[in-house]
Design a protein around this ligand. Structure first.
Ligand code: GTQ
Ligand code: FE2
Length: 356
């Protein structure tokens, strides 16, 4: 018996070539010519790892403040576009990321869409996102959700520019063919809803209104203030219960179910102590990081990325990676398609020292 490698391409004999050309107009094609390109022993992502250094991008981002208004742009965002996915409006195979700027006095009008979105505040404390008219004041390090098909607008009521990281599931929604969008009342602003922090009070204190019936696939909390999440991490540091791969890594959850905050986006905040070096972690998930505090570097396969506060980097699926933290305790925000993959029974991970 002939021993063959996995999915090798058979020889293209003149006879076969002629056949392939002949059947092409029938809209059929031989799978044995393709198998080696579609099947791989392990995942091969199209996206390469990449880092966006905030200091390098910030001057250009601020320049957009004069280049176009929030009103004209609808959303004034510089896409964090992976160089290996040029023109595809994506930071990775399954995830979109961008840096959004809103200038003092500006409003980004109300719309809604089937893609889910998250905001992680990077700079400035004077903006808000309104969800169905309920304003969530944006403070550096806060996580704010705009779940699928929920009305949202942004505004800046202070005197400083405000920047946040946008994370969306756009590549996934595009590939599923489930894109829907609506503009509110020809571009206006949603009427005032519940008071600020209402959702945090109602659902964010490990309590909820009596007889509340959960609905939807997303968390009823849409604002996770940094003061709360950072406090949890600092308290947990006392327990000295440090995961070798992740340090102290907390998942933001839907309090009704314990599930990820949204059906297609899964968010985390982690503390890695100073001088700590994590063990390699490899998962099918794609991870996009935003550095909140501290400096260090992340080794992703063959690449080393040095980072500090406000830098963003992407770890595409199945690349072993570990973090090396500098002389200060470090806090990293990240979001992922982990939750999406788990719903489909596809998520896999490996921890520690391994060679493929
Ligand atoms: O702020 O509503 O980066 O709808 C991309 C699409 C931001 C937003 C993005 C959006 C938004
Ligand atoms: Fe939006």
């Amino acid at each position: 018996m002939v021993k063959r490698g996995l999915h090798t391409r058979p020889a293209v004999t003149p006879e076969r070539k002629k056949f392939y050309e002949k059947v092409d107009p029938l809209a059929v094609a031989p799978l044995w010519e393709r198998l080696h390109t579609i099947m791989s022993k392990e995942p091969r992502m199209r996206a390469a790892p990449h880092i966006w250094k905030y200091d390098q991008i910030r001057p250009s981002l601020m320049e957009t403040g004069n280049l176009i208004t929030a009103a004209e742009a609808e959303r004034r965002v510089l896409i964090l576009e992976n160089p290996s996915l040029k023109g595809e409006t994506a930071a990775a195979d399954s995830l979109f990321a961008g840096l959004q700027l809103i200038m003092p006095g500006e409003v980004a009008t109300t719309h809604r869409h089937s893609p889910s979105a998250l905001r992680f505040i990077v700079e400035g404390n004077s903006a808000y996102t309104a969800i169905n008219g309920e304003k969530a004041p944006m403070k550096v390090g806060d996580l704010i959700l705009t779940p699928s098909m929920v009305w949202h607008d942004h505004g800046n009521i202070g005197g400083e520019p405000v920047v946040w990281l946008d994370g969306l599931d756009i590549p996934l929604i595009r590939s599923l063919g489930t894109m829907f969008t609506d503009v509110y009342d020809g571009g206006g602003t949603h009427p005032e809803g519940r008071p600020p922090y209402d959702n945090v009070a109602r659902f964010g204190a490990n309590m909820r209104p009596m007889n509340y019936e959960a609905e939807g696939l997303h968390s009823p909390v849409f604002h996770y203030p940094y003061v709360n999440s950072k406090k949890a991490l600092l308290e947990l540091q006392k327990a000295d219960d440090i995961d070798p791969c992740h340090g102290i890594k907390l998942q933001y959850i839907n309090p009704n179910t314990g599930a990820p905050v949204m059906a297609t986006l899964d968010c985390y905040l982690q503390l890695i102590p100073k001088k700590f070096q994590t063990l390699d972690y490899q998962s099918t998930g794609t991870w996009i990081y935003s550095v909140v505090e501290g400096t260090g570097k992340t080794i992703i396969g063959e690449n080393t990325f040095e980072w500090g506060p406000r830098d963003n980097f992407v770890v595409p699926g199945w690349l072993p990676h570990h973090h090396v933290v500098g002389s200060d305790d470090t806090i990293l925000f990240s979001f992922s398609d982990k939750g999406t993959q788990e719903k489909l029974g596809l998520y896999r991970e490996r921890r520690g020292n391994f060679e493929s």
